[in-house]
Every structure is written in C-alpha cells, then in structure tokens.
Write a protein that binds this ligand. Structure first.
Ligand code: HMG
Ligand code: MG
Length: 313
C-alpha cells in the first residue's frame, strides 16, 4: 500500500453540526453524509450517542445512521461517551439483521477524553481519570461486539479554561486510550491555538521518549480558529501521521470550547496536498460543491477558503 496515502476522516456531520445553534433536520444530515460518501470519502463521522441534555443537536443520530445509505467498505463512526450511549447503539445494531443486504448502521465508535481536567469536567462532567475509568469497560464491550474503537484526546495544545497544556499529559492520556484497545487516537487541538511550532513540540513529545507512540497510531484533529490548521497538518504529515480529521466547509466547533471555530476544511487540506507525494480519497471539486451547498443550507459563510475560490471560478 502507498505509504503516503492520507486517510481523511470527515467530521463535518458530527463536529460541525453538533455546534449549530439551529437544530438541523435528520434528513439534511442524511443527505450531507450520503453526498460526502458518494464524493469518495471513506470515513465519515455520522453523529454521537451523547446525552441530549448536553448536546441536543445530536439527539437524532439513531435515526440518521439507520436512514442513511451505507456504502460498503466505508466507515461511519459515532461518538460514545459512556455505557448508556454504547448500549443504545448496540440495541439499534441488534435490530439490523446479519442477512440484510446493506451494511450495518455503523462498525465503529469513538470515545473521547482530554488532556485537561477542567475541559473534561466541562465536556463530560468528570475528571480525566474518572472519564478513562468509565471508558475502559465501554471500549471492552464495544470490541467484544466487533466494533472498532477510535480514541480522542481534546485540548492537546490549549485548554479553553486553564490555558497551556503539558504534552506529557497528552501522551499519558493517548497511551491510556491505546491500552484500552483504541486502534488510533486522534489528537484534538480543540481551541485551534496550535501553530506549526507548538504542534511539532507536542507531537515530538508524544512520539518520543519512554513508551513512544508511533505516528501510525495517531491522527490529527485540528480546529482552524487561528488559520494555522493546514500548516499544522503539514507538520503532522511530515512527522509520519497519515490520518487527518477535516470538516467540509470548515464546519464545527465544540459546544464546550467557547469561540473555537470549525475543523480545518476538507477542501483546504485537499487543495494543499494537490501535486504532492500525498494521496487521499475523495474528489475536491465535488466536495467543494457540497461545502457550498451545506453552507447555504445552514445560512452561514463557507468556512473553506479553497472551497470558496473553487466556487468562484
Ligand atoms: P452527566 O450529566 O454527568 O450524566 O453527563 P448522567 O449519567 O448524570 O446523565 C444525565 C442525563 O443524561 C440522564 O437523563 C441520562 O439518562 C442522560 P435523565 O435521567 O436526567 O433524564 N444520558 C444519556 N442519554 C443519552 N445517551 C447517553 C446518555 N448519557 C446520559 N449516552 C455525559 C455525562 C458524558 C453523558 C455528558 O456530559 C455528555 O453527554 N457529554 C458529551 C458532550 C459532547 O458531546 N461534546 C462534544 C463532543 S467532544 C468534541 O467535540 C471534541 C472532539 O471533536 C475533539 C476535539 O476537537 O478536541 C471529539
Ligand atoms: Mg473537534
């Protein structure tokens, strides 16, 4: 296989739409996911099984994953914060007969922690240690049920409440998630304050020293608040990471990270990699069309610079 193939995890339908003030209909979410998959993307985060009291925007994820067309060989992970969320997912998966012609609603969950206790409290109402203890049996049960488990560490550069984060903490939490059986851990610059220097320093710490974590076990999940997202991804790629989380039209943000904007736009990353040694799935022009379409539906400015430029041609 191509050592410079970059897996793109499209997080717009989850990270993007979880942060919209107006609730987006399940049908529009389904349409967005289907368009992205038909444009060639292989990994599309479809929603989350979190508490609707915390994030009402994702309450209809069950409906979304059951309704959406699932293309074979694609992955549609959903976030799961606790056993209650996993049990709800397993219930809906149990209703999908093994003999059904279509693939099951999903084959993958993502569990999430943070490198900051204050952020963890704000996002999941528990400390990092409490959260990890809660997630361990969730990961085990998911694996026992043949689900792949991906991990997230939030606040890898800055905590929105307590400031600068120690890369050692990022490494410890990443290791804990890998030890639970996560096949990969995505490092979230939730606030989007990272720049090439701070991202390098953080990744260097995570990948070096005692219990060094290889880049094949890591993904880059960078919010683009300060406009350094693409540059930061190039740094991650130069250090061997080959999975990046992006959002069409730069949708996104975290309800518990005030002021943070969306993920680095899928279109911007694809454009930046054009003509390089890196290859990736999906067609840029088609995705730029989807970015323009969803921005119009949400009545917001398209957050992708490349997307806007392509549209203007
Ligand atoms: P809690 O309030 O401590 O939980 O929240 P609880 O067990 O006391 O439950 C409170 C209520 O929620 C109860 O309902 C539960 O039944 C219900 P009541 O009895 O009052 O009617 N509940 C649930 N309902 C449905 N599904 C569930 C579930 N769990 C409880 N799974 C909890 C703790 C973790 C549940 C909550 O804090 C939560 O849902 N947090 C999720 C917040 C979230 O979704 N944040 C955004 C995703 S993370 C992110 O964006 C960062 C990322 O992109 C990376 C990056 O950028 O850094 C991944
Ligand atoms: Mg995020």
């Amino acid at each position: 296989s191509d050592p410079d193939y970059v897996t793109i995890v499209e997080v717009g339908p989850r990270d993007g739409l979880q942060n919209e003030e107006t609730i987006v209909s399940a049908d529009l979410k389904v349409e967005l996911i289907e368009k992205l998959a038909r444009a060639g993307l292989t990994h599309i985060e479809a929603g989350s099984f979190v508490s609707p009291k915390w994030v009402p925007q994702m309450e209809d994820t069950i409906e979304v994953i059951n309704k959406m067309e699932r293309l074979p060989g694609r992955h549609y992970p959903v976030l799961v914060p606790n056993m209650k969320g996993l049990d709800k997912l397993l219930e809906t998966l149990a209703r999908h007969p093994k003999s059904a012609p279509s693939p099951p609603p999903t084959d993958e969950i993502a569990i999430f922690s943070a490198a900051s206790d204050v952020f963890s409290k704000a996002n999941t109402n528990c400390t990092v240690a409490e959260g990890l203890a809660r997630l361990e049996p969730v990961a085990r049960k998911a694996l026992d049920n043949n689900l792949q488990v991906r991990g997230y560490v939030s606040a890898v550069i800055t905590c929105p409440y307590s400031g600068k984060v120690d890369p050692k903490k990022v490494k410890d939490v990443t290791k804990a998630l890998l030890d639970m059986g996560c096949y990969e851990v995505s490092l979230g610059d939730t606030v989007g304050t990272g720049n090439p220097t701070s991202i390098y320093t953080m990744l260097d710490a995570v990948m070096g020293g005692a219990y060094a974590i290889p880049p094949s076990k890591l993904a880059a999940h960078f919010h683009d608040t300060f406009g350094s997202g693409v540059a930061n991804i190039l740094v991650a790629l130069s250090m061997g990471i080959r999975t990046v989380d992006t959002a069409v039209a730069g949708l996104g943000g975290c309800p518990y990270s005030p002021g943070a904007t969306g993920n680095v736009a899928t279109e911007d990353v694809m454009y930046a990699l054009r003509g390089s040694q890196y290859t990736y799935p999906g067609d840029l022009e088609t995705i730029a069309d989807i970015g323009a379409w969803i921005s119009e539906k949400l009545e917001k400015e398209n957050g992708s610079r490349a997307g806007k430029a392509i549209q203007a041609r």
